[in-house]
Design a protein around this ligand. Sequence first.
Ligand code: NDP
Ligand code: F7E
Length: 313
Amino acid sequence: MRVYVAGHRGMVGGAISRKLEERGVDIVTRTHSELDLTDQAAVRNFFVAEKVDGVVLAAAKVGGIHANNTYPAEFIYENLMIEANVVHQAYAAGVQRLLFLGSSCIYPRAAPQPMDEQALLTGILEPTNEPYAIAKIAGIKLCESYNRQYGTDYRSVMPTNLYGPGDNFHPDNSHVMPALIRRFHEAVVTGAKEVVIWGTGNPLREFLHVDDMADASLFVFGLDRETYEAHTTPMLSHINVGYGKDVTIAELASLIAQVTGFAGQVRFDTTRPDGTPRKLMDSSRLTSMGWAPKINLNRGVQETYDWYQATLA
Ligand SMILES: NC(=O)C1=CN([C@@H]2O[C@H](COP(=O)(O)OP(=O)(O)OC[C@H]3O[C@@H](n4cnc5c(N)ncnc54)[C@H](OP(=O)(O)O)[C@@H]3O)[C@@H](O)[C@H]2O)C=CC1
Ligand SMILES: C[C@H]1O[C@H](OP(=O)(O)OP(=O)(O)OC[C@H]2O[C@@H](n3cnc4c(=O)[nH]c(N)nc43)[C@H](O)[C@@H]2O)[C@@H](O)[C@@H](O)C1=O
């Protein structure tokens, strides 16, 4: 089997590529500069030339609350273009199997917790990431529509907030976990007495290690196909992938302070947005099929900090 992993140099695409290679799958990759997935003609030429059997779509314009809120046009345009080009050109080239990576932000801001798959399109989205969420909903509907009309087998996974080796540690544009690992680490190195956390510290977030996400992706993509297929009649439009437990941002900050050895004060900057108050996923559909996360938050944060120190710090 030849699988194109779009976004193989990203955190999720990298973890999925490593797992596919461990299983002896022949993977095809292109960097962003070799193939810009917003370029329709280039994507068409790529699929015609490469003749892959499957696609994992882990390429996207990705960022945390500040990036989403500051660059909404880039988040909606680039993600819509990437999804439309990859899904359509994969179909046109006869590719039967595709896995699309969405996000938990597709669900309404006030969805009942934990959020199950049926909460999609039942209410108003969180404004800080609405353009990105709309693009991700379009991705689900692209897959669903091509399956309905053309009989393809395009599946969508909705990950909760992810973290781990290969994350983006940009001070402003990253997600909370890498941002705080970097900020606490730099405070320890410089001897700063205070670390600033955005928002009130009250929002709840669920964090899943990227290696667990990669296992779930392969499971849904069908490398453990018999297990999955036994549970998918009729096929689901999309399926949640979460850790099963959430923490407040203040609790996450205490854990990262402990792991990095920071002993100073934490200050909450309430001029910064909190975003969604809570977004805990109901992942019972997937866990009932046999997948379960293996990496707990304490171990995951420690491993991510070790990776950051060894690689980037
Ligand atoms: N990280 C998280 O917490 C979560 C992520 N997800 C989803 O998982 C998927 C992977 O995310 P993650 O690995 O964290 O993101 P990363 O930013 O780490 O990786 C994204 C990859 O996509 C590539 N890419 C972006 N735009 C283009 C383009 N126009 N053409 C070709 N390649 C492009 C990037 O290349 P380059 O860097 O060179 O631009 C990068 O390698 C995304 O769909 C994301 O929405 C869902 C929920 C949570
Ligand atoms: C995965 C998900 O990621 C984004 O949504 P988000 O969950 O709100 O993501 P976040 O990780 O950026 O923030 C989580 C919480 O943490 C707080 N927070 C504190 N201090 C920092 C901080 O320093 N940086 C960041 N980024 N957040 C901070 C922050 O204020 C917020 O309350 C989506 O836009 C969208 O991309 C998406 O789907």
